[in-house]
Design a protein. Structure first.
Length: 141
């Protein structure tokens, strides 16, 4: 894996910073509107059928705690979602800064297929470990 720095976007290149900043802020806006209107919470079919938490169970409660500044509670509800929200926050700050001051863009590239496969295995392991954590705390759900 290599992180490279570019000074400009090439013509017709996707502006990932603008795209993903828009997606994350739009998603946050939809979630705020959803709960402000009092619409029902998302339901987990897996949890309803088995009584056990799925890989993403506790995601909504973790996000609510995170955005209220209760980081320890957010971590307890779902550690992987907490880490994801921390990453999205850092990325959004980076993206806003890069867009605002027209700074060089960072890009992550994989030089080998082994690097891509290692990253895939890390993601799968993180999902599996998170699920083990949730299953060990299933009474909280």
């Amino acid at each position: 894996m290599q992180i490279s720095c570019r000074h400009r976007l090439a013509p017709h290149e996707i502006d990932h910073e603008l795209l993903w900043l828009s997606v994350s802020l739009g998603s946050l806006g939809v979630a705020v509107l959803w709960f402000a209107l009092g619409l029902p919470w998302p339901r987990c079919v897996f949890h309803e059928l088995t009584g056990l938490p799925c890989v993403t169970c506790g995601m909504t409660r973790s996000a609510i705690q995170f955005f209220h500044g209760n980081f320890l509670a957010a971590l307890r509800w779902n550690p992987l979602i907490f880490a994801f929200l921390c990453g999205v926050t850092v990325f959004d700050l980076y993206a806003f800064t890069v867009i605002a001051i027209r700074a060089p863009r960072l890009r992550i590239t994989f030089q080998t297929e082994a690097g891509k496969n290692s990253t895939r295995l890390i993601v799968i392991a993180a999902l599996a470990l998170n699920w083990v954590y949730l299953l060990s705390h299933w009474r909280a759900f």
